[in-house]
Design a protein around this ligand. Structure first.
Ligand code: UGA
Length: 431
């Protein structure tokens, strides 16, 4: 099939590249010419394992191309995928400005029947809104289909090729067949629903996963007070098939460009129909507090952080990505700077993005985990990169000034720490 993907962010670029790898002819379009120029030079604007090789392969097979000419690429396509961003407005609602703009340009360029497939996460009713914008601007036939995306950053390629399910929200048979055919090589598990339900499935899924995380984080906070071990608790709970083992890792809370934005948006969606989503509000509140678990522990060790050197290990919101959007590290670092600590920070790949995005000044950026720990009064681990859990604790003990380790992601085996000289604190585990 001939496909045009509008938006070369995580969702658009990964989906476009993976569809081309399945043999489709794909053009990825972006308004941002600098991104397109990068892609044309063979560079990838995001860090995503496996993506660069796939791009090279499919470009060389002439199935994948990049352009900023939306109109031309729309004219030659059968399916147009909308994958532009839906960032939060100040009130938490999704900002649909980029979607509306893209849809208007698509409508004006239309030259015959096409399917508009929305992959961006959009509030319930948006795809109907898209259809009405299209109808005002074009006399050609089209169908609008909602196919929400469930890929995770850091394993986006794998998730796209091996999805748990594909959800297709569609209101007519003509488009249903074609979109099912497009996804069949990926999985047999295709769920066809009405458009509104598909839009809701995406928000409800992210909200439920966020709920699991905040739930286990609160259990962890109680475990700390009653002397239980949250890792064992999660293991015991997770063996119940109705609960499942994933998303029960306690830590400093969720971040990233999806959970915080989508939970806020669902609270707003509910509010717009006068429903108070109390549970989800609590999930968000718990998450906002959880990051301070690390700073509170540090304050328990040192009443005053002035003149203390604190090491931050990990800035990205999770490992295998350089994304720092809504990362708990930002607020933790800000707080420690305000408290007068001298900060040495290190992340294997997210330092440049952190520097630009956070705008926090006066930090010492280091070249590796050991260098960041040298002369430190406490190490705070905020992202569970392997480099940190694999570190030689003996060596580490020699370079720090005071052996204090606060593990915000529970990556260290407490038994190993018992034999080291480190004062070790983690989340929801006895120490
Ligand atoms: C999330 C969803 O997992 C995807 O299914 C969805 O497609 C995506 O949002 C989206 O809406 O686009 P992502 O934000 O890439 O994907 O990251 P996750 O791997 O889900 O992790 C989110 C956050 O939760 C991270 O900060 C992670 O550290 C945290 N987390 C995750 C925990 O604190 N504990 C856990 O047990 C699991």
């Amino acid at each position: 099939m001939r496909i045009t993907v509008i938006g070369t962010g995580y969702v658009g670029l990964v989906s476009g590249v993976c569809f081309s790898n399945l043999g489709n002819e794909v053009t990825c379009v972006d308004k941002d010419k600098s991104k397109i120029d990068m892609l044309l030079r063979g560079e990838v604007p995001i860090f995503e394992p496996g993506l660069k090789d796939l791009i090279e392969h499919n470009v060389s097979e002439n199935r994948l191309s990049f352009t900023s000419d939306l109109s031309k690429s729309v004219k030659s396509a059968e399916i147009i995928i909308i994958a532009v961003g839906t960032p939060s407005l100040p009130n938490g609602e999704a900002n649909l400005q980029y979607i509306e703009q893209a849809v208007r340009e698509v409508a004006v360029a239309l030259n015959g029947y096409k399917i508009i497939m929305t992959k961006s996460t959009v509030p319930v009713g948006t795809n109907e809104h898209i259809a009405s914008i299209m109808s005002e601007l074009t006399a050609h036939n089209f169908d609008v289909v909602s196919v929400p995306e469930f890929l995770r950053e850091g394993s986006a390629v794998k998730d796209t090729f091996h999805p748990d399910r594909i959800v297709i929200g569609v209101n007519n048979k003509r488009a249903e067949q074609q979109i099912c055919d497009l996804h069949k090589p990926l999985t047999e598990n295709i769920i066809v629903t009405d458009v509104r339900s598909a839009e809701m499935i995406k928000y409800a899924s992210n909200a439920f996963l966020a709920t699991k995380i905040s739930f286990i984080n609160e259990v962890a906070n109680i475990c700390e007070k009653v002397g239980a071990d949250v890792t064992m608790v999660a293991k015991g709970m997770g063996q119940d098939r109705r609960i499942g083992p994933s998303f029960l890792s306690a830590g400093i809370g969720y971040g990233g460009s999806c959970f915080p934005k989508d939970t806020d948006a669902l609270i707003q969606i509910a509010g717009n129909v006068e429903y108070n989503f109390k549970l989800l509000r609590a999930v968000v509140e718990v998450n906002k507090d959880q990051r301070f678990n690390v700073t509170n522990k540090l304050m328990d060790v040192y009443r005053d952080l002035k003149d203390k050197t604190i090491t931050i290990w990990g800035l990205a919101f999770k490992p295998n990505t350089d994304d720092v959007r809504e990362a708990p590290s930002i607020e933790i670092v800000e707080t420690l700077v305000k408290l007068g600590a001298k900060l040495k920070v290190y992340d294997p790949i997210a330092m440049e993005k952190f520097r630009v995005f956070s705008g926090i000044v006066g930090l010492e950026y280091c070249n590796n985990a050991m260098e960041a720990a040298a002369g430190s009064d406490a190490i705070c681990l905020l992202t569970e990169w392997d480099e940190f859990s694999n570190i030689d604790l003996q060596e580490l003990g020699k370079v720090v000034r005071t052996p204090v380790l606060i593990d915000g992601r529970n990556v260290f085996d407490e038994n190993k720490l018992v034999n080291s000289k480190f004062q070790y604190y983690s989340i929801g585990r006895p120490h």
